[in-house]
Design a protein around this ligand. Sequence first.
Ligand SMILES: N[C@@H](CCC(=O)N[C@@H](CS)C(=O)NCC(=O)O)C(=O)O
Length: 101
Amino acid sequence: MSTYKLYYFTSRGRAEVSRLIFATAGQKYEDIRYENDEWPSHKAEMPLGQMPVLEFNGTKLPQSKSIARFLTKQFQLADRDNFEQAKVDAVVDTIEDLLTK
Ligand SMILES: N[C@@H](CCC(=O)N[C@@H](CS)C(=O)NCC(=O)O)C(=O)O
């Protein structure tokens, strides 16, 4: 059975989309949330020294959008056709615009 651990801060930020995907799919996962003062001692454990990070079957994957795209494919929530995928990408890119601002 596959195991999923999602590492992020206690805020919603760049992890919330993946948390929502897990909820929508009804998939159990470990939602690991670090307080700001805990972060320095975990930074070196992350592939790019940042979060969110998804640990899938023991391997860590960085980058929030890569994680979200992987999860939607994993749980068959996207990819029904190319236009459906483009609509999903548009939502992701819009969220990125908001986060950047
Ligand atoms: N492009 C990355 C950006 C990740 C990022 O900026 N993470 C921030 C929190 S939102 C972080 O880990 N900051 C702590 C640090 O850089 O030490 C993504 O989308 O996952």
